[in-house]
Design a protein around this ligand. Structure first.
Ligand code: HEM
Length: 261
């Protein structure tokens, strides 16, 4: 396994002579790194604005202010969704560490590798992984699932309140009772309480409830998962010293001995 890594010309970059010889391995390609940092910025922005929307009444935010916050949240949400969809596609064409087969906790060897990893942690001798460790694969898959959940529910909710794409047009037809008579939709503003058909609007709000519930729940789970993710990275960096954090900037991890996986 170690030899196959060293033979991969994409992986081995340089030998740096020092007290201990350190080798650099290109692991994270540029697209994966860009996705990661754009995602961090978007999620941070979405969480901050989401927290303000959640506590809007306590904070004394006016109705207009709330609509503006939702609009800003949705615009950042589009950037977040585009970046996430790009990453989903990159999982099919990126380098071997970016591909789904290196990320999802699947494959015939996965369980054996996971057991080896847990055993290594217990014995204080953790195997070196060039890409994600088996536990890291579980974490990353969980994080991506939560992000996809936020994307899907967010895109639906943005249609129900702001009448934003991709579903806003259909929700507007429903809430106003306009049906296919699109002239009745002219002048419909995000967050408006006017022009609404009480029955259609009430039915549409009922439909939206489970999406809001999942969006809020996933927000809290994501917050928890991000804390675990950052803690795990810091612990692994401290114990293993392979340049995990700088690798997300430069793409390169550092090993004194060739990684086992
Ligand atoms: C990691 C990603 C995201 C997080 C953590 C997040 C978090 C939140 C939170 C905490 C709220 C407040 C819930 C409430 O009180 O109603 C919220 C509301 C909202 N989110 Fe997101 N969100 C994310 C992604 C998105 C995306 C991708 C969109 C769509 C483009 C979106 C659209 C909305 C809208 C329209 C609301 C207002 C809901 C309402 O009418 O109350 N969100 N979000």
């Amino acid at each position: 396994m170690a030899n196959s890594l060293l033979e991969n010309e994409e992986v081995k970059l340089s030998n740096t002579p020092s007290a201990r010889q350190l080798n650099e391995y290109l692991v994270w390609d540029r697209s994966t790194r860009c996705f990661h940092w754009i995602n961090v910025l978007c999620v941070l922005g979405l969480m901050i604005i989401g927290t303000i929307i959640l506590n809007a009444n306590t904070l004394g935010v006016s109705d207009e202010g709330k609509v503006s916050l939702k609009i800003l949240h949705a615009w950042i949400g589009y950037a977040f969704a585009a970046n996430l969809l790009y990453r989903v596609l990159w999982g099919f064409v990126g380098n071997k560490y970016a591909r789904w087969r290196a990320i999802l906790p699947l494959g015939s060897n996965y369980m054996a590798e996971l057991k080896g990893h847990i055993h290594g942690i217990r014995a204080g001798k953790i195997p070196a992984y060039s890409g994600h460790s088996p536990l890291g694969r579980l974490m990353v898959t969980f994080l991506l699932l939560l992000l996809l959940t936020q994307m899907a529910t967010g895109l639906v909710i943005a249609g129900t309140d702001l009448y934003f794409p991709p579903f806003g047009h259909e929700f507007a037809e429903w809430a106003t009772g306009a049906g296919e008579d699109h002239s009745k939709l002219e002048g419909l503003q995000p967050g408006t309480k006017e022009m609404l058909d009480p029955e259609g609007y009430a039915a549409m709000r009922e439909f939206r409830k489970p999406f809001i519930t999942v969006h809020k729940l996933a927000f809290f789970i994501l917050l928890f998962a991000i804390i675990i993710h950052i803690t795990a990275v810091v612990v692994a960096e401290t114990k293993e010293g392979n340049g995990l954090v700088s690798a997300m900037f430069t793409g390169k991890k550092v090993f004194s001995d060739p990684p086992e996986y």
